[in-house]
Design a protein around this ligand. Structure first.
Ligand code: DC
Length: 232
């Protein structure tokens, strides 16, 4: 049987990480883990319980609740991928709103939140056979991963992609708000002191600007085949 590896895909938002990671995981029969969904689920919880709002965050309550909350991935009804669950309930279709996007990076900068999430991410990757996407997966979570990718694209292209996805669930949304959110999150994710978004020195850098999904998948698959054949 082929040796299982860990594949990390990091990059700014809407570079195509999750679509790609899902396809790669399916092809290899690996687990796909969307680490951003964990931070989004916690943000959704914090908004629902008045722990966070624009310009306000009750860190003490958040950190206290964190240890009691069950955040995990389970089979759900929306797709064949694992869905993020909060205390046993799927929140997969609640976490992509602009409201969550606007507050998630603020919460993801908190040390205790990161320590907690990284612990869960480590346990999900302990048997390998995982494709995990996020911001710090190749640098902090799995620095020894066998294969790392870092995706990039211009803010305009990413905002357009995100806007096209979001307008299906929110008819009121505008391109400008999405563009603003993407830039704000980039700034917060890149400039936070704990585990900032950056390319791991050994990650393969891919600009997804002018690549179709098939071209991107082919490029990634070539790297995977090489690593898998070298590790036999
Ligand atoms: O991948 P995403 O856009 O759904 O992630 C939402 C936010 O979560 C992102 O803006 C920053 C944070 N995040 C993080 O800090 N570390 C990760 N590994 C994944 C996401």
């Amino acid at each position: 049987m082929a040796k299982k590896i860990i594949i990390t895909i990091d990059g700014t938002s809407s570079t195509g990480k999750s679509t790609l990671a899902k396809r790669i995981a399916k092809k290899l029969g690996y687990l796909y883990i969307d680490s951003g969904a964990m931070y989004r689920a916690l943000t959704y919880y914090a908004i629902s319980n008045n722990i966070i709002s624009k310009g306000f965050i009750n860190k003490e309550v958040l950190i206290n609740d964190l240890s009691k909350l069950e955040i995990d991935f389970r089979k759900g009804s929306l797709s064949e991928c694992l869905e993020i669950h909060l205390d046993g309930l799927s929140v997969e279709n609640k976490i992509r709103s602009l409201k969550v996007s606007d507050l998630v990076s603020q919460l993801a900068a908190i040390d205790e939140v990161r320590t907690h999430m990284v612990k869960i991410q480590h346990s999900l990757g302990q048997n390998k056979g995982v494709v995990m996407d996020g911001r710090d997966i190749g640098t902090v979570v799995f620095p020894k991963a066998e294969l790392k990718f870092f995706l990039e694209a211009s803010a305009e292209t990413r905002a357009k992609r995100r806007f096209d996805e979001l307008k299906i669930i929110d008819k009121e949304i505008s391109y400008e708000e999405v563009f603003k959110n993407i830039n704000l999150r980039d700034f917060q994710d890149i400039n936070r002191s704990n585990s900032p978004l950056k390319k791991a020195s050994d990650a393969v850098l891919i600009n997804t600007e002018n690549l179709s999904l098939v071209e991107l998948e082919n490029e990634i698959s070539n790297h995977i085949s090489l690593v898998l054949s070298n590790s036999l």
